[in-house]
Design a protein around this ligand. Structure first.
Ligand code: NAD
Length: 428
């Protein structure tokens, strides 16, 4: 029944899965779907936990743990990234897989949601060790992945090279080259032009719409200001695209710390510094800032583009940004959402804001399966068109019902997935 909570959620220690389940529960409430539908949509369809025995370069052997979770595949093959991070655990992968289901449904790409990960700090391993980890992990999860089943992509701590190794390992096992088994590959081996920057491009396309919605003109006079948390695949290009749109990017951070320059950072110089040193810290033309302080700077736009759970009820009250666009998955917790809503901060949810990556992953899969390649301009034009359409759909849905953008986006996605369930029926 609408308005009645469908699940009792533990108010104590919470992780990303609790957040994802609470968001689903809120959408199920609004849609009036009831607790059985919640149970149906909350449960991951398949989960695989694998041991990854690794021979280190010094000859010693270490056993790592990896996961692949397919949350839902009612609308098509499962799809989602592979994370290499010391914090990876099964619940985090489950949460990220659920968010992928909603993201793919919201953007109407014909996929379900999945995620994978290995509990490992990639910075502590050589490139040869990372290749062995990737190949062994791929062969362990090979029975449940494939272009028609489940298609991985890069996420935190993995990149194009990781995808090339995954594609090669899977192809060797299949006896022929299977380009469509992963996306986010290098262009030279079946990647799509425009994929590397696609998540950031989508983040910025939506951020510009959100700023306009909030009455902030990015390129006007003083140049609206932005801070970006995370300077990896998503954050780095997002900062560059924001600057190109006339915004003043005043602060960026990575796992080691933040740098701040109120007049705007020289991003080209900062990128050279990061390429040379591996971190934003120590960039000479800016002030050092503790990483957490970036989140509370008085800026027009804040783009958290690192990890989940960084804006919580503990620090949400100190956030002074006017608009938050979630480059990362799950950076704002449900309780923080409530604090920010009360303070009038516009939050653009992850499943909308960072969906550009999966949109172009879909384009890559289509191109790879047809062995027919599009130009970069075609990719970008189709990406931006889809992001703008999704923005228009979500804002219309939200304003029509007087609900937040996150709740609107989740409701739209849940409705689509549930409709697929209804049409397919329950087997047996
Ligand atoms: P990445 O590994 O390329 O970069 C992560 C960045 O975050 C690094 O700069 C790292 O130093 C930084 N970081 C880690 N912990 C931090 C902390 N505590 N404070 C500040 N910075 C910190 O990863 P990515 O691919 O850019 O992914 C970032 C986020 O975006 C993740 O939530 C991911 O799930 C999400 N995402 C990525 C894609 C994609 O296409 N890569 C698509 C959609 C969503």
């Amino acid at each position: 029944m609408a308005g009645t909570p469908v699940v009792e959620l533990d108010p104590g220690a919470r992780n990303a899965l609790d957040e994802a389940r609470e968001q689903l529960a809120a959408a199920v409430d609004v849609l009036g779907l009831g607790s059985q539908v919640f149970d149906l949509l909350a449960a991951p369809r398949r989960e695989l936990s694998v041991a990854i025995p690794l021979r280190r370069d010094d000859g010693s052997i270490e056993v790592l743990r990896g996961y692949r979770v397919q949350h839902n595949y009612s609308r098509g093959p499962a799809k989602g990234g592979i994370r290499f991070d010391a914090g990876v655990d099964l619940d985090e992968v489950r949460a990220l897989a659920m968010w992928m289901t909603w993201k793919c449904a919201l953007l109407d790409v014909p996929y379900g949601g999945a995620k994978g990960g290995v509990t490992v700090d990639p910075r502590r391993y050589s490139a040869r060790e990372l290749e062995r980890i990737t190949r062994r992990y791929t062969s362990e999860i090979a029975p449940i992945i494939g272009p028609d089943q489940d298609i991985p992509a890069p996420d935190v701590g993995t990149d194009e090279q990781t995808m090339a190794w995954m594609m090669d390992t899977f192809s060797v096992g299949s006896g022929h080259t299977v380009l469509g088994v992963v996306t986010g590959k290098p262009v030279a081996v079946g990647g799509s032009l425009g994929r590397a920057a696609s998540t950031s491009r989508g983040v910025v396309a939506v951020a510009l719409k959100a700023l306009e919605h909030a009455g902030i003109g990015p390129a006007e006079g003083r140049g609206a200001t932005a801070a970006v948390q995370g300077f990896g695949k998503v954050g780095r290009s997002a900062a560059a695209f924001l600057a190109r749109e006339g915004m003043r990017v005043v602060a960026v951070s990575d796992v080691d710390g933040a740098v701040h320059r109120p007049g705007g950072l020289d991003l080209a110089a900062l990128e050279r510094h990061v390429d040379a040193t591996g971190t934003v810290v120590g960039f000479p033309d800016a002030d050092a800032l503790p990483g957490a302080d970036l989140l509370t700077l008085a800026v027009d736009l804040l783009v958290p583009a690192a990890l989940e759970g960084v804006i919580t009820s503990d620090n949400a009250g100190t956030v002074r940004a006017r608009v938050i666009v979630e480059g990362a998955n799950g950076p704002v917790t449900a309780s923080a959402d409530r604090v920010l809503a009360d303070a009038g901060v516009l939050v653009v949810p992850d499943i909308l804001a960072n969906a550009g990556g999966v949109v172009v992953s879909y384009f890559e899969w289509v191109q790879a399966n047809q062995a027919y390649w599009w130009t970069e301009a075609e990719v970008e034009q189709r990406l931006v068109q889809r992001m703008h359409q999704a923005w228009a759909d979500v804002t219309a849905y939200a304003s029509g019902r007087g609900i937040s953008l996150r709740l609107a986006a989740t409701c739209m996605a849940v409705e689509r997935v549930y409709r697929a369930h209804l049409l397919r029926g329950l087997y047996p």
